[in-house]
Ligand binder design. Structure first.
Ligand code: HEM
Length: 153
């Protein structure tokens, strides 16, 4: 085995704690999507980590409860400043890089696939069904058309 490869799968909450702290630290610092957290929503990182870890633990392992409305905060953001395909593309790129940097295995693949699916669903719901997958400021870092094709496969 490659000594440098991320070898272990995501196996539970302790792993999600590490993945999500790393992901949101990068997301908050990101020039494209960081301001949605830091300037528009004024998100408290520690509070968000507790909630989002429940969300992912529920999604991947069904060992936590999550009963909050995950769409509403994005709708509020979107009305303050449009969330574009490029923003969602950046989110997906950071998510993939974070997961791949720490883990490999079926749960890591599920986490990446679910993140992509949710990004696409949020984008479609915010932008409307007829919306182009390209943001007004050009295509995303990850071509979202490719994600759309993959979600149909
Ligand atoms: C560019 C894309 C995105 C941005 C800028 C963004 C930003 C945000 C912000 C600012 C909040 C509110 C945090 C707070 O202050 O309480 C939030 C909530 C949330 N986000 Fe996103 N988000 C994005 C995409 C996604 C995606 C693809 C997922 C899929 C897993 C996701 C999952 C969630 C969930 C579950 C919450 C609700 C947390 C809670 O309060 O229970 N977000 N997001």
């Amino acid at each position: 085995m490659n000594h440098f490869a991320a070898a272990d799968d995501i196996s539970g909450r302790a792993d999600l704690d590490v993945v999500l702290r790393r992901f949101y630290t990068a997301a908050f610092a990101d020039p494209r999507i960081g301001p949605f957290f830091t300037e528009i929503a004024g998100t408290d990182l520690e509070v968000h980590l507790l909630r989002i870890t429940d969300f992912w633990e529920r999604a991947l392992f069904r060992t936590a409860e999550y009963g909050r409305d995950a769409f509403a905060p994005h709708a509020a953001l979107h009305s303050a400043r449009a969330l574009t395909a490029a923003d969602f593309g950046r989110w997906v790129q950071l998510w993939r890089a974070t997961v791949d940097g720490l883990h490999r295995g079926p749960n890591a693949e599920r986490a990446k696939a679910q993140g992509e699916r949710i990004a696409l669903a949020l984008h479609k719901r915010l932008a409307g069904p007829g919306a182009s997958m390209e943001g007004e400021d050009g295509p995303g870092f990850v071509p979202l058309a490719a994600l759309e094709l993959r979600s149909l496969a």
